[in-house]
Design a protein around this ligand. Structure first.
Ligand SMILES: *Cc1c(COP(=O)(O)O)cnc(C)c1O
Length: 351
């Protein structure tokens, strides 16, 4: 095995995505997908784009979608970059902004894809330990950095920084790109978009996978200064000019155009989250305050792996990491009310 592989790839430990089960039907609370369908106009838009036009390459600049996102967020199209999922946008950030010799910093407990990108692109990184309660020690992120990368709200904890704290990160690292991964921001946290006018080093990365229920379409985007966006385009166009296909551009545009559906969807998820957090606490769980579409919870009497396996045997998938500091925790995506009721009854039986 690994014959002919380059040395860097031999040494790589790739990211492990949450399981997408086949066969048996599980209640899937393990990958933070949205439990509700995408906006109704999305399917029709994709169908309309799925005709003879597929003969032609997609618009490499995603002109229409970028214009719609720019209008939606109150920025110019030159401040918007669209990619094949925000995972791709983040990978492009590592190549565009983080290869400068000094280490990029991110929390010890965070999205586990970050260290994988760092290894893939040969970028040095330094882990900053979160505080005991999983809040972010903002001071520790200021100073000599080759870049700052942080999800807000953080994953898998769900805890969010407030706008003042994000501003300190941007202001305290004037020489480095500060990338805020807002994959979950629509579920209740404050967006760093409000700071973009004042911080040319700040980049906000978003995804349509979670709050817009389009994980299967693969659309993510970044908003920042025209300079940072040009850096992302430079890397993208040195790699693959057509990362966002015609169906994805059409479907994403239709989603952005249905604001009422979007607001209703995120409101439902937040409502269920509040209810389930209280019910988990009533069962004895410690639940991290969450601004995301998942709950991070531990139980004093039952380990994380034990609960993970127990839930699986009862047909419920959640996420667990065999990692220091968090091995007693489960990350539970917020599903429909019915799915969450099934989770709660399975937990009651297990406890
Ligand atoms: C889900 C997630 C992403 C990836 O989203 P895609 O757009 O589906 O690639 C990025 N960052 C964090 C923190 C996530 O949880």
């Amino acid at each position: 095995m690994k014959e002919f592989w380059s040395q860097r790839i031999r040494d790589m430990v790739p990211y492990t995505p949450g399981e997408q089960p086949k066969g048996r039907t599980f209640i899937k609370l393990n990958t933070n997908e949205n439990p509700y369908p995408p906006a109704p106009g999305v399917t029709a838009a994709i169908q309309a784009a799925a005709g003879e036009g597929l003969r032609l390459y997609p618009d490499p600049e995603c002109t229409q979608l970028r214009a719609a996102l720019a209008a939606y967020h109150g920025v110019t199209p030159e401040q918007v970059f669209v990619g094949n999922g925000s995972d791709e946008v983040l990978a492009l950030c590592f190549q565009a902004f983080f290869c400068g010799g000094k280490p990029v910093v991110f929390p010890d407990i965070t999205y586990s894809f970050y260290p994988v990108y760092a290894a893939l692109y040969g970028v040095d990184y330094r882990l900053i330990p979160l505080n005991e309660d999983f809040t972010v020690p903002v001071e520790a992120f200021l100073g000599e950095n080759g870049g700052v990368l942080l999800p807000n709200p953080n994953a898998p904890t769900g805890r969010a920084l407030c706008l003042d704290q994000i501003e300190r990160l941007a202001a305290g690292n004037p020489e480095a790109a500060v990338v805020i991964d807002e994959a979950y921001v629509d579920f209740g946290a404050e967006s760093a978009l409000a700071l973009l006018d004042r911080y040319p080093n700040l980049l906000v990365v978003r995804t349509m996978s979670k709050s817009r229920a389009l994980a299967g379409l693969r659309v993510g985007y970044a908003i920042g200064s025209a300079n940072l966006i040009a850096g992302l385009n430079c890397v993208k166009n040195s790699f693959n000019s057509y990362t966002v296909d015609r169906l994805a551009q059409a479907g994403a545009l239709a989603s952005v155009e249905d604001e009422a559906y979007f607001q209703e969807n995120r409101r439902k998820v937040m409502h269920t989250r509040t209810r389930v957090a209280a019910e988990l606490e009533a069962l004895g769980f410690t639940v991290c305050p969450s601004q995301a579409n998942f709950l991070f919870a531990s139980h004093p009497a039952h380990g994380g792996k034990e609960l993970l396996d127990g839930l699986r045997s009862k047909g419920v998938l959640v996420r667990w990491w065999d990692q220091p500091r968090i091995s007693r925790y489960l990350r539970i995506s917020v599903g429909t009310d019915g799915e969450m009721d099934a989770l709660l009854s399975a937990l009651k039986e297990l406890l």
